[in-house]
Write a new protein. Structure first.
Length: 106
């Protein structure tokens, strides 16, 4: 049995500000854990191959490297989601600031 855990520690929001932190955990069985690591390892290898790096310079990926790359991707996707949300929110606010045009025919 494996476990995937995300922990947030800091002093900024909600329970984190109270010093309690937040931990979210998921359990995963051995078979699915193996599938996850294998798939992310294959995807990581594919990204390297598509990057144009000389294959002779590549090292055999480690489980630690695969998991680190996976979580880097999770964090990067989360950051992009926040930026997209903020852009859309700013666009809506800017749109509301534009006064309507009134044109009437005579």
């Amino acid at each position: 049995m494996g476990k995937i855990t995300l922990s947030v520690e800091g002093t900024t929001v909600g329970t984190v500000a109270a010093g309690n932190g937040i931990t979210v955990s998921y359990e995963v069985n051995e078979q699915d854990s193996e599938r996850l690591i294998k798939a992310f390892g294959e995807m990581q290898a594919q990204r390297f191959m598509l990057s144009g790096i000389d294959p002779s310079l590549l090292k055999e990926p480690t489980v630690q490297g695969i998991v680190q790359a996976w979580f880097d991707g999770v964090i990067n996707q989360s950051i992009e989601q926040v930026k997209t949300h903020e852009r859309e929110k700013a666009a809506r606010a800017a749109q509301q600031e534009v006064p309507p045009l009134v044109v009437t025919s005579k």
